[in-house]
Each structure stands twice: as structure tokens, then as C-alpha cells.
Design a protein around this ligand. Structure first.
Ligand SMILES: Nc1ncnc2c1ncn2[C@@H]1O[C@H](COP(=O)(O)OP(=O)(O)OP(=O)(O)O)[C@@H](O)[C@H]1O
Length: 272
């Protein structure tokens, strides 16, 4: 069953065209990596799937909600259908520095994800609190549940952000560079967590990364973007072939590493 369908989607921000006629279908249960150089349009694809993109042309259908370029001043982003659809889409944004004085505990930060379902006027009940505890355990944050969110490490913040997105009980999970600015070990742990959560909760997951290696072993399919278009789409070993990497990134997939010239092929991943 197709959960996300983009047809000839073009998005522009004033003079910048971020996506140019992008078409792709994503089926239920797929884990899809979205990679490409800076400015290729990765985040913009997530924005469209999240129902917040302003389409210049084309259409997007997400969880049955059809979104088209605005006609006669109507903006689908404000429609009830788009709002309903968004409750089915969990979003983990790129990490930001959080003010350490932020007066919100880890548990409260995860509960914020419930309000998409509850609405702002309803207080969380026993079932909501039980779900939050379950998710804190799932992402390995139960021990730190009472700590202020701003006192967490980058990896712990990302775990909390994933739990917050899951608290919404989404069918689709979008992650925008969840490992940015994390060390190697934390990157591995977060990527393993994402793959585990994807499988266990039967999600359809889009994982944006600037590092193609992160998607290689974990994704069913990879979309390789270049200047707002899908340059290649397919199983990771096909989409991330040496030829495609060379073409899109303009560098040899054999990169120098360390002080000597130990060459590491893009197909000889570190398991990242
Ligand atoms: N809010 C905005 N206003 C104006 N231009 C924007 C805006 N957001 C994105 N763009 C432009 O749209 C293009 C695609 O941006 P996008 O953020 O989708 O790329 P990306 O592949 O996610 O990049 P990165 O890896 O650097 O995060 C870029 O040229 C960018 O400058």
C-alpha cells in the first residue's frame, strides 16, 4: 500500500527552486534514506510530506490526504484534512542547541508529543502517561526521565526527540539528520535505535542524512538527490554506486583517510 506519493512536485522559496518535478511512491513499512549534498532539497521533501510545503506545482498524497498547489488563495496547509494528516506524521527535526535553563524535564518533553492527539485543552490521562513511560524505556531514557531536557547530551536529546515523535503514535516517521553533530558511537546508537523503532512499531520511515554511509545498511531504499531532483532511487547498493556518488558529490568515492592514503571505498562502509 502506498503511504506517500509525490507527483511532479515543485517547491520554491522566493528565487530558490528547492524541488523540481519530484515524483516518488513510498510503500507502508518502507525505510527510505534521503541523501545528497547540502541544498539538494532533502529537508524540503520532509516539509512536503509533513504537509507544510508550499507546492508551486504537482501534488502530494500522504496518508490519503491530497495536497496540491494553492488555487484561488486557498492554502491546504491550513485545512482540517492537512491537520489530521499531520497527527499521523512524527517529525524529528535537526538537533538544536537547547537553553540549559529550559524548565522542561525529559518526561515532560516526551509528553508534549501527546498534545497532537489530545489537543491543547485536554489533560493527559493514565493511558497517556503509561505510553510516555513505555517510550522512555524504549529509547533508553527512563533513567533520566526527571532530568531537565537542557541538561542532556546531544545523543540523549535525540533519543528524547524520537520518543516525543513516537508519543504522537505516528504511522510515518520523518527524521532530519538525527545524527548531526554526534560522535561516531552516538551516531551508531541513534541509527540502530531508529531502525529498531521502525521495525517494532511498523512505521514508514524517511531518514535524511548528509552521509550516504548512514543509510547503506539500514534502509530498504535510498533516494539520492541532486539540485532538487531525484538523481537515483533504488536499493542502497544501486543508488549509491560509485558512479552515482562521483556524479552527485563531484568527488571520488575512494576518499583519503587518516594521515596516509588509506583508501576507503564508499561500498566498504564502516557499518555506520
Ligand atoms: N526557508 C527558506 N527560504 C529560502 N530558501 C530556502 C529555505 N529553505 C530552503 N531553501 C533553499 O532551498 C534549497 C533546498 O534546501 P533544503 O534545506 O531542502 O536542502 P537540504 O538538502 O536539506 O540541505 P542541507 O543538507 O544543507 O540541510 C536550498 O537552495 C536552500 O537555500
Amino acid at each position: 500500500m502506498t503511504v506517500i506519493s509525490l507527483r511532479n512536485v515543485t517547491v520554491s522559496y522566493l528565487e530558490d527552486v528547492a524541488l523540481r518535478g519530484v515524483s516518488v511512491d513510498i510503500g507502508a513499512g518502507e525505510m527510505v534514506g534521503i541523501v545528497g549534498p547540502n541544498g539538494a532539497g532533502k529537508t524540503t521533501i520532509l516539509t512536503v510530506v509533513n504537509g507544510l510545503g508550499r507546492l508551486l506545482s504537482g501534488e502530494a498524497v500522504v496518508l490519503g490526504c491530497r495536497m496540491r498547489a494553492g488555487r484561488g488563495g486557498r492554502d491546504f496547509r491550513l485545512s482540517n484534512a492537512a491537520r489530521r494528516m499531520r497527527t499521523g506524521v512524527g517529525y524529528v527535526a535537526q538537533g538544536h542547541n537547547v537553553d540549559p535553563r529550559l524548565p522542561v524535564t525529559v518526561r515532560e518533553a516526551v509528553m508534549i508529543g501527546r498534545y497532537g492527539r489530545l489537543g491543547f485543552w485536554r489533560r493527559p490521562g493514565r493511558a497517556d502517561r503509561a505510553l510516555v513511560e513505555e517510550l522512555l524505556a524504549l529509547v533508553g531514557m527512563a533513567r533520566l526521565a526527571d532530568r531537565p531536557f537542557g541538561h542532556l547530551s546531544g545523543g540523549e536529546q535525540q533519543r528524547t526527540a524520537i520518543a516525543r515523535a513516537l508519543a504522537q503514535e505516528p504511522r510515518v516517521l520523518l527524521l532530519d539528520e538525527p545524527t548531526a553533530s554526534l560522535d561516531w558511537r552516538s551516531r551508531q546508537e541513534i541509527l540502530d535505535l531508529v531502525a529498531d523503532v521502525h521495525r517494532r512499531r511498523g512505521l514508514t520511515t524517511l531518514l535524511v542524512s548528509h552521509d550516504p554511509r548512514e543509510t547503506f545498511h539500514r534502509c530498504d531504499r535510498v533516494l539520492l538527490l541532486r539540485r532538487g531532483t531525484i538523481f537515483a532511487s533504488g536499493p542502497p547498493e544501486e543508488a549509491l554506486s560509485d558512479d552515482n556518488i562521483r556524479e552527485v558529490y563531484g568527488i571520488s568515492p575512494l576518499c583519503c583517510h587518516g594521515h596516509g592514503h588509506m583508501e576507503v571505498g564508499i561500498t566498504d562502509r564502516f557499518g555506520l
